[in-house]
Write a protein that binds this ligand. Sequence first.
Ligand code: URP
Ligand code: ZN
Ligand code: ZN
Length: 471
Amino acid sequence: MSILIKGGRIITAADDYVADVFIANGTISTIGQSLDVSAERTIDATGKIVMPGAIDPHTHLEMFFGGTTTCDDFTSGTTAAAFGGTTTLIDFCVQTPGDTFAEALAKYHEKIERCKPVIDVGFHIAVTDLHTGGTLEDLAKLPDEGITSYKLFMAYKGAVMVDDATLFKVMQVAHETGALVMVHAENGDAIDIIVKETVAAGNTDPVWHARSRPMETEAEATNRAIQLARVADAPLYVVHVSCQPSVEPIALAREKGWRVWGESCTQYFFIDDSMMEAPNWEGAKYIYTPPPRPKDQQEHLWKAIRSDVLSAVSTDHCPFNWPEQKGINGREFQVVPNGGPGIENRLHMLWTFGVGTGRITPNRFVELVSTNVAKLFGLYPRKGTIAPGSDADIVIWDPNKKLTISAATHHTNVNYNLFEGTEVTGAPEVVLVRGQVIVENDELVAKPGAGQFVKRARFGEDLLAAPSAVV
Ligand code: URP
Ligand code: ZN
Ligand code: ZN
């Protein structure tokens, strides 16, 4: 279907201008003033913003974790993402220890076959075991299949945490294959000791999750990963940076021109550790990792995203119902599965409290939620911008639309919302994925399976237009 989007204010990472956008065969065909083309459908975008669809590089859909499985699958998770203006996500294919990487990936491909996504999907491989299943040789083959980022957990001792030898070997493979290394940077050994001491002292309420994971343990691991990546000469992306002590080594590395990038997530700008003291074990809703930090950390994060010390904002959507999953025994924080929801509200929150308050510009907003992610994860310029030849992944954004965020109105399977009751101004009106209208007037209009698996390019390489789009 061909679509003409007329008269919108186009905002990309670099530009801000009013024009028409003509879409044909799923891609952006022409951009110009008062385009004289015949389209099957015309959408009047006067007074609206036309921006590239957002990309979420950090989600955990249908993931077995902490003894249970996240409650969004690729249908519900991608539907919620679409309602929030996200048109591509990259989920973590976590290797079950003992599995080969091919087995791990087959399990994730089965998930998107069974629960058809409505937006496009890519996978990172999360390496957990190089002893009994995965081999470095097999890891090296994954970029050929479009899996061009290797994730390692430096925390969650006894579960998915890797030692420094594994981390470093994977970095060496990434150097050879052109993959990007991603780390969950916390010192899992130190945290394991502190958690055990904390519980032994009888401190088991949710707030102790935060108190047993000091900011310095995140900073130490961040710096360790940076230095090791430097030795291996691999590009490094630090996920879910939560506080200034962890921002600092990233800032230093970037000042030196090293290939290091950092991401934060929506919740770290709004949720603080005091919220974990909510009565009746409700504080468990905020048990995610790294934990919510003291409120004063939030302005540091805003500064870091404004000044390009941090390059992206993701959601780390890892949803578990409360109290069915998050309340596990109502007694001990350390057995609660770690993770929080947020896939739908990233743009609402960042637009309202970032652009709306002047903390970030509209261009920077687009960069943080779309363009930088596309560039870092091998999706650019097919995705992450509005330009002829790019996929027509587009959000028509109403900057004046008001809504109150609530668990009752969101579209995920999870039964609570971290931002419950927050009033936001600015929301998607129409969302398109490769020229298909997915969401319109608060209704899901996507056909099942509208989303596709995307094979990503290697780090630093362009992802060219899909062959089907070349006419
Ligand atoms: O608590 C979190 N963040 N759970 C998801 C897994 C991870 O660490 O990203
Ligand atoms: Zn993590
Ligand atoms: Zn995560």
